[in-house]
Design a protein around this ligand. Structure first.
Ligand code: UD1
Ligand code: CA
Length: 460
C-alpha cells in the first residue's frame, strides 16, 4: 500500500516498554505475533502507512530485542529507552530529542495495540490539521473497567480520568480511552512536561495532556473507533482475540480482491499473503509467511503453504504441502499428500500423489508418478535433482541426488535412480521380474500338508 500523503511532518512515538508479565513468556509481549508478524511490526506498519516520517520506539532498559525487531521491520526506526516505568507521559518523553525537532504532528501509540488502522491515525492527524492541540481516540467499551474515561462537556473532550482515579459517576461513563493520542507537534513537548504525577498511581499520565491543553485554552478533540480496532493484548487469550480480528480483516481483503473462499472462517493467512483474482481457496487451508498465489489458481482443502509461489491456474492439494522455495509455474499440479520444498515445478507439470520433491527442478509438462521421492539429503549435505521437460517418472521411484533425468526420458516404476538418465532414454533400476509357473500351487499344497501333520494326535 502507498503512504497516505500529507504536507505536514509527523513524528510517531510507539510505547513498547510494557512488562507483559501476563503473557507468561520469555519473549517480550510486543514480539508475539498476529498473522506471522509481531505486534510491534503491525503498529509500525500502520504508523508508517499513515505517513509518519520518524518513528521512535520506546523500550524498557533490558529489552534490546525490541529495538532490533523495530529496525528489522522499519530500518529508519529510532529507539529510546525508558529506564523506569513511570507512566505513559514519562515514556513519551523518552523521545525528547525527536520532540524538540518540531514536527507538525506527534502521534503517541502503544505497541500492544496492533490493530489500529492507518486511516485512524490519519484521522487523528486530520483533527490536528483542523486546529486541535490534543486529539484522543475513544471507543464504547463493552466492559469499561480499567480504562480511562472520556469526560465530555458540550461535545468537547474536557479530560480523561483513569479508572483508579475516577469518581463513581465517572466510572459510569462507557466512552473509554483507547490510549493513543495525537498532539500538536509544536506544543507537544511543553504539554507533556506540564503533566504531573499527583494521582492514584503516582504515574505521569499521557491522558492528562487533555486537561493541560484545556487549562491553556487550547482545543481538544475526541474521535472514536470500534472496540475491535483498539483492543490491546495483555495475555494469550487477548492475543487469540486479536488474531481472530486480524484474520477476519485479511479474509475480507482477499475476497474483496477477487478470490473465492468457500469457508473463510477456516482459512488462515499471514500478514504478507498475496492472493490474485479468481483464485479458489477451499476450506481448512493455512498460509504461513511469504506466499503468493497468482490468478486462477486453486488451493484445495487441507493444504499448508509457506514461502511458496503458486503460478497462474496452478492447483494444490487437497492435503498439499508447499514449503519455502516451492515455485509452481503456470498450470502446474501438486496433488494430495505431496510435499514440495525448494523446488520449481514447470508449467503444466504434474506431481499428483504421495510424493516428496525437494531441492529440485521439474521441467514443463513432466509427469511425476505416485510415491516418487527425491533423496536429497545424506545427513550432511543437500543435493539437487533435475528432471527435464516432458520426462515421465514411474510410480514409487527414488531419485538419489545429485541426479539428472533428461528431457523426455522415462523412468520405470519402482526404480532407484543413482545415475543420470539421457534425454528420451528409458531407465529401469530395479530387480528383473522372475516368473515360476505353478509355484504358488505347489507351495500351498506342501504347506497345508505340513500343518495337518503337526496337528494330528498319532504323530505326537
Ligand atoms: C492506558 C491509558 C488508559 C487507556 C488504556 C487503554 C494512560 C495513563 N492510561 O492505561 O486511559 O484506557 O491505556 O488500554 O495512558 N507504557 C510504557 N511505559 C510506562 C507505562 C506504560 O511504555 O511507564 C506503555 C505500555 O507498554 C503499554 C502502554 O504504554 O504499551 C499502556 O500502558 P498501560 O500501563 O497498559 O496503561 P493502562 O493502565 O492500560
Ligand atoms: Ca494496558
Amino acid at each position: 500500500m502507498t503512504k497516505m500523503q500529507s504536507s505536514r511532518s509527523c513524528l510517531a512515538i510507539l510505547l513498547a516498554a510494557g512488562e507483559g508479565t501476563r503473557m507468561k513468556s520469555a519473549r517480550p509481549k510486543v514480539l508475539h505475533e498476529l498473522g506471522g508478524r509481531s505486534l510491534l511490526g503491525h503498529a509500525l506498519a500502520a504508523l508508517s502507512e499513515a505517513g509518519a516520517d520518524t518513528v521512535v520506539v520506546v523500550t524498557g532498559p533490558d529489552r534490546p530485542e525490541v529495538a532490533l525487531e523495530a529496525r528489522a521491520i522499519l530500518p529508519a526506526a529510532l529507539s529510546a529507552i525508558q529506564s523506569e516505568r513511570r507512566g505513559t507521559a514519562h515514556a513519551a518523553l523518552a523521545a525528547r530529542d525527536a520532540l524538540t525537532a518540531g514536527y507538525d504532528d506527534v502521534i503517541v501509540a502503544f505497541a500492544d495495540t496492533p490493530l489500529v488502522r492507518p486511516e485512524t491515525f490519519s484521522a487523528l492527524r486530520a483533527a490536528l490539521a483542523g486546529g486541535a492541540a490534543v486529539v484522543a481516540l475513544g471507543f464504547e467499551a463493552r466492559d469499561p473497567a480499567g480504562y480511562g474515561r472520556f469526560v465530555m462537556r458540550d461535545e468537547a473532550l474536557e479530560a480523561i480520568v483513569e479508572h483508579k482515579d475516577a469518581t463513581p459517576e465517572q466510572r459510569a461513563i462507557t466512552l473509554c480511552n483507547a490510549g493513543l493520542m495525537a498532539l500538536d507537534g509544536h506544543q507537544a513537548l511543553s504539554l507533556l512536561e506540564a503533566i504531573g504525577n499527583a494521582n492514584a498511581q503516582s504515574e505521569f499520565y499521557l491522558t492528562d495532556a487533555v486537561a493541560v491543553a484545556r487549562s491553556r485554552g487550547l482545543t481538544t478533540a475526541a474521535l472514536t473507533a470500534p472496540e475491535s480496532e483498539v483492543q490491546g493484548v495483555n495475555d494469550r487469550a487477548q492475543l487469540a482475540v486479536a488474531e481472530a480480528e486480524f484474520q477476519c480483516r485479511k479474509r475480507l481483503a482477499i475476497m474483496a480482491g477477487g478470490a473465492t473462499l468457500t469457508a473463510p472462517d477456516t482459512v488462515f493467512f499471514s500478514h504478507d499473503t498475496r492472493i490474485g483474482r479468481d483464485v479458489l481457496i477451499e476450506p481448512h487451508v493455512v498460509f504461513g509467511p511469504g506466499v503468493s498465489v497468482a490468478d486462477g489458481a486453486v488451493i484445495h482443502a487441507f493444504s499448508h503453504l509457506e514461502g511458496a509461489e503458486v503460478g497462474p491456474g496452478a492447483t494444490v492439494g487437497p492435503y498439499g504441502r508447499l514449503r519455502p522455495g516451492a515455485k509452481l509455474a503456470e498450470k502446474a499440479k501438486v496433488g494430495n499428500f505431496v510435499e514440495i520444498k525448494a523446488a520449481e515445478i514447470g508449467a503444466g507439470a504434474k506431481v499428483s500423489h504421495l510424493t516428496y520433491i525437494g531441492d529440485a527442478t521439474v521441467g514443463a509438462e513432466a509427469n511425476i508418478g505416485a510415491g516418487t521421492i527425491t533423496c536429497n539429503y545424506d545427513g550432511f549435505f543437500k543435493y539437487r535433482t533435475t528432471i527435464g521437460a516432458g520426462a515421465f517418472v514411474g510410480s514409487n521411484s527414488s531419485l538419489v541426488a545429485p541426479v539428472t533425468i533428461g528431457a523426455g526420458a522415462f523412468v520405470g516404476s519402482g526404480s532407484v535412480v543413482t545415475e543420470d538418465v539421457a534425454p528420451d532414454a528409458l531407465a529401469v533400476a530395479r530387480g528383473r521380474q522372475v516368473a515360476k509357473e505353478g509355484w504358488a500351487q505347489t507351495f500351498r499344497e506342501a504347506s497345508m500338508a505340513r500343518k495337518a501333520a503337526a496337528k494330528s494326535p498319532e504323530t505326537r
